[in-house]
Design a protein around this ligand. Structure first.
Ligand SMILES: NC(=O)c1ccc[n+]([C@@H]2O[C@H](COP(=O)([O-])OP(=O)(O)OC[C@H]3O[C@@H](n4cnc5c(N)ncnc54)[C@H](O)[C@@H]3O)[C@@H](O)[C@H]2O)c1
Length: 380
């Protein structure tokens, strides 16, 4: 019999749905010592919270997140609200002895992130940040191939995250739907929202980044603010490109924008090693492209590996359907919940912990600092 783990969910938007789906599915596919129980969801609008609770099977609703933190019947709090709320809620959870699962980016900046790490570590509560792309089977497999030494010495890391949804000058900033355009709620623009994912994956696959040089641009300088009704200066970066040097000597180039007409969520990375290269594309997330120079020369070519095989060879896939049938975006969250519950049962940290996710925050801060100064900036 698995033990219950009572979840309190804060926020019911995009991630509130993605995580709720994962909690509901995980025990159908993974054998685990714990099973999530959807105890309560919190949203400021009670009617909407009730509708969400009914749809996803939450037992109760709260309209103030502090109530979730205070409730004795909640073991773990899931933070799915805009970035400016992550710190206050996480620290309150840690002080109340709750486990904390916080959405990315960990915080608005490194200083906030340090406080959050100190709070969860002092309280000794299990904690994790939802950098879910690590759990896409093809990405997890990329890490295995690198760990096995198949790429050899790594020379290059290249990542992009391209979107096109903020090009209109009529789009306002701020408020419930458009908090990502408001620096006071988001902290930064594409750097914290999109590049944070690319950086987390890069640190996980290729180790630490030493220093960066960056440029950012805000193409639309003023937008109407939904909360004040006034036209206000836009404080976020619409686009960001940066160069980086990894500790292992490899060079990197990262680019992100919300102004790449035609691209919706084109997250790609490519890694070039001495012996082999790999590349991955979110729009085709179940495939890993692999080129091995050691192949016989007449057959040497990029292979497109359909990461759906069983037998423990393709990560997580033995839990799903039959070989050849692929899974999708939402499964990365199911995998992350499964890994969290497994780590809990074993009494080990579930990665990325707040402390691990702080490394991404440090790179984001260095990127923004470099863009402002025009200088190379050390991450440490
Ligand atoms: N892991 C990923 O791939 C991924 C994807 C999208 C978003 N995110 C992160 O998840 C977080 C939420 O993003 P989202 O896309 O779900 O946003 P969203 O706008 O869809 O949802 C945010 C939710 O927070 C609620 N909210 C805001 N202030 C609140 C308050 N004071 N009390 C209670 N609820 C409040 C809103 O009503 C809404 O339900 C952000 O930190 C974002 O960066 C991560």
């Amino acid at each position: 019999m698995s033990k219950p783990l009572n979840i309190g969910m804060i926020g019911y938007g995009f991630m509130g749905r993605a995580h709720s789906n994962a909690y509901r599915k995980v025990n159908n596919f993974f054998d685990l010592a714990y099973h999530p129980v959807l105890k309560a969801v919190c949203a400021r609008d009670e009617a909407k919270a009730r509708e969400f609770a009914q749809r996803w099977g939450y037992e109760s609703v709260e309209t103030d997140w502090r109530k979730i933190v205070e409730r004795k019947d909640i073991d773990a709090v899931d933070i799915c609200v805009p970035n400016n709320l992550h710190k206050e809620i996480s620290i309150a959870c840690a002080r109340a002895g709750k486990m904390v699962l916080c959405e990315k980016p960990l915080s608005m900046d490194t200083a906030e992130g340090e406080e959050m790490c100190a709070a969860v570590e002092q309280a000794g509560v299990p904690n994790m940040v939802w950098y879910n792309y690590r759990r896409v089977p093809a990405v997890t497999m990329a890490r295995k191939l690198i760990e096995e030494g198949r790429l050899g010495r790594i020379f290059h890391y290249r990542a992009q995250f391209l979107q096109d949804w903020t090009i209109s000058t009529d789009l306002p900033q701020g408020g419930t739907a458009l908090w990502r355009l408001d620096a006071a709620a988001a902290g930064s623009g594409v750097t914290g929202d999109l590049l944070a994912h690319c950086i987390d994956t890069a640190l996980w696959l290729n180790g630490s980044i030493d220093n960066v040089t960056a440029m950012t641009e805000t193409f639309i300088k003023e937008r109407k603010h939904n909360l004040t009704g006034k036209v206000e200066k836009v404080g976020i970066d619409d686009a960001c490109a940066f160069l980086a040097r990894f500790q292992n000597g490899s060079l990197a180039i990262f680019e992100s924008t919300r102004y790449a007409r035609g691209h919706k969520a084109l997250y790609t990375f490519e890694i070039n090693g001495e012996k082999a290269s790999i590349r991955w594309d979110l729009h085709d997330l179940h495939r890993l492209e692999y080129f091995d120079h050691r192949d016989e020369s007449k057959l040497r070519a990029w292979r497109s590996i359909h990461v759906t095989d069983h037998g423990g060879e393709h990560p997580y896939m033995d839990k799903w359907w039959v070989p050849g049938l692929q899974i999708g975006y939402e499964h990365s969250f199911v995998h992350q919940v499964a890994d969290f519950l497994d780590a809990l049962a074993k009494g080990v940290p579930a990665e990325p912990t707040f402390r691990s996710a702080l490394e991404t925050q440090k790179v984001c801060d260095a990127v923004l600092k470099s863009a402002a100064s025009g200088q190379w900036v050390s991450v440490r």
